[in-house]
Write a protein that binds this ligand. Sequence first.
Ligand code: SAM
Length: 251
Amino acid sequence: MDPSEAPKCDVAPATASAYLDPNYWDRRFNQEEHYEWFKEYSYFRHLILEYVNPKSAVLEVGCGNSQLCEELYKDGITDLTCIDLSSVAVEKMQQRLLTKGYKEIKVLEADMLQLPFEDEKFDVVIEKGTMDVLFVDSGDPWNPEPVTVSNVMAMLEGVHRVLKPNGIFISITFGQPHFRRPFFNAPTFTWSVEWKTFGDGFHYFFYILKKGERSSNNIEYIEKTSTPTFSLYHEELESEDYLFRTNLDGM
Ligand SMILES: C[S@@+](CC[C@H](N)C(=O)[O-])C[C@H]1O[C@@H](n2cnc3c(N)ncnc32)[C@H](O)[C@@H]1O
């Protein structure tokens, strides 16, 4: 066989634009059983459990082959719905959860830009690294392409719609506050916006958006909150996280 035809063992794409291609994710999930974007649950469990409890109806957007939903289940959160655009991810996740006995977790094939749920259904919506996919071809992060803006707003409008009146959106991301705030603070949303960080060396952002809690003080609070310092050493990131990050914030 010509060596150039040999199957690639590495599932990382040649360029980050591939993350926008649904076929890329299907191919990848056919080969890969588990990959945890950014960090595993133990790194941010203390943060998530401040906002989620066993009575919460939770939606995870873009579950991929992550173990986040299982970890939440083990912590007593059983009303869980996961969605992903990739039919392969969904089928494999359904199988994995059934095998492990987590039968109550619902896993559906769905597009986060057109969430197929009624208004005000969930107490908490969580995404980890999924919204970041929409930014990989955003161009100048200070002035993103119109298609990026329209897709990110479609996602956020859907999340806001399916949250209960006092629901919470948790976004776990590389995306720094100066690039995320213009979206989160769009006038159409009623949520307040705060963030925390986690991770050693490199910090990841853990945004908490509380629906119905926006106030003018909130804007002031955000402006006063200092952006944490963080280092950007390649060695501190998994190689694929690095590929993702360089495209998100135009390092
Ligand atoms: C960077 S991965 C993150 C996976 C997982 N959340 C994690 O933390 O490991 C992005 C995921 O978003 C999914 N995805 C991409 N576009 C999507 C869309 N429009 N709607 C739903 N899921 C999408 C991909 O299939 C992939 O599983």
